[in-house]
Write a protein that binds this ligand. Structure first.
Ligand SMILES: Nc1ncnc2c1ncn2[C@@H]1O[C@H](COP(=O)(O)OP(=O)(O)OP(=O)(O)O)[C@@H](O)[C@H]1O
Ligand SMILES: [Mg+2]
Length: 327
């Protein structure tokens, strides 16, 4: 029954009963007698109590919908409000759930577009840095060397310094290009890329150990890139925020996929820290490949754990590899 009819029928029934009682057995004299006051007050109280009960029961689903709306987070998709209550409320909840379906699908599509545009752009910048600036600096370096060979002795030291500065500029550009585009991922594969990432983050204050198992199930290129970017952001956070001296980068096969774990022994996330663009970015990338990301305090209460569980594409038992063999 709709909320309108519930309230209308209840109020009408109450008023009809009250009128019937007044026309029948119940009398109200002037001035009113104590016994009559009792009957009128009891009748009114009963009417109000039933009214409150029907409204409470009828409006409860709206309250639940309000809470579901307040808690809705597109980065944690899949949560839906339970459809219940009077017709209008049930319709409202169904419409809200359909709207969430649409928003989640649109968000996933636009996040996928934005992230792939970002990767393409990084790729382009990395290539231009490497091919254009890198080549120019290499040419300058060679030129400086030729000049230095023929230069008078008193200029050689300065030319040597210029060569040194050019060389370190070239190294810096290679490092930036590598960070923008994990070339090792294409060339040597995920494990080498993660190993070199652990090496990059190992500095005097922080030691990053890695435990990268072989025998992983085959992963798509997209999944490998997500694993790499999540490890990169998690280690960046460790270096920037954790104040840790040890971190661990672990990748191992699990049933139906792989699990990446980045763990540090730092100060932990703390209650006040909200999720910034970095952690939201990790969540968005995880959503793209249908992986689950958990950000939590370390197992013994200290430090931070970032865990990503990614599915391996299911391979049919009779699937034939491109080379004609069977997987
Ligand atoms: N390993 C960690 N140890 C301690 N605190 C952390 C760790 N990782 C994240 N945090 C806390 O969580 C917050 C959010 O991290 P997030 O990566 O989302 O944003 P950010 O690093 O501050 O900025 P951005 O990544 O966008 O440059 C951080 O500001 C920090 O306070
Ligand atoms: Mg960050």
């Amino acid at each position: 029954m709709s909320l309108f009819w519930r309230i209308f029928v209840l109020d009408a029934a109450g008023l009809i009963v009250a009128a019937a009682l007044l026309l029948g057995p119940v009398t109200v004299s002037t001035p009113i007698l104590p016994g009559e006051v009792l009957v009128v007050v009891a009748g009114l109280a009963a009417l109000l109590a039933v009214n409150a009960l029907v409204l409470r029961v009828g409006l409860a689903p709206l309250g639940r919908l309000g809470r579901a709306m307040a808690d809705a987070d597109l980065l944690h998709p899949g949560a839906r409000a339970v459809v219940s209550g009077p017709v209008e409320t049930a319709e409202l909840i169904t419409t809200y759930n359909a709207m969430l379906d649409r928003l989640e699908a649109e968000r996933a599509a636009s996040a996928a577009g934005a992230l792939s545009a970002q990767e393409r752009e990084r790729h382009r910048i990395a290539r231009e840095l490497h091919d254009e600036v890198g080549q120019t600096l290499t040419a300058v370096l060679l030129q400086l060397k030729r000049v230095a060979d023929r230069a008078p002795r008193d200029l050689r030291e300065e030319l040597g310094q210029a060569q040194e500065a050019t060389r370190s500029g070239l190294d810096e550009i290679r490092r930036i290009a590598r960070r923008l585009r994990p070339g090792v991922l294409d060339e040597l594969g995920l494990l080498s890329a993660l190993r070199s990432l652990a090496g990059e983050f190992t500095t005097h204050g922080l030691t990053v150990r890695h435990d990268l198992r072989t025998g992983l199930p085959p992963l798509t290129e997209e999944t490998e890139l997500v694993l790499y970017r999540v490890a990169q952001e998690a280690l960046t956070n460790t270096a920037r925020h954790a104040g840790a001296d040890r971190a661990e980068l672990r990748l191992r096969p699990v049933t139906d996929g792989v699990e990446l774990l980045v763990r540090d022994n730092g100060r932990g996330l703390g209650a006040a820290a909200g999720e910034g663009a970095g952690i939201r970015g990790m969540r968005e990338r995880a959503l793209l490949i249908g992986a689950t990301l958990t950000v939590s305090s370390g197992a013994d209460g200290g430090g931070t754990d970032i865990r990503l569980r990614a599915l391996a594409p299911t391979v049919r038992a009779d699937a034939v590899t491109p080379l004609g063999g069977r997987r």
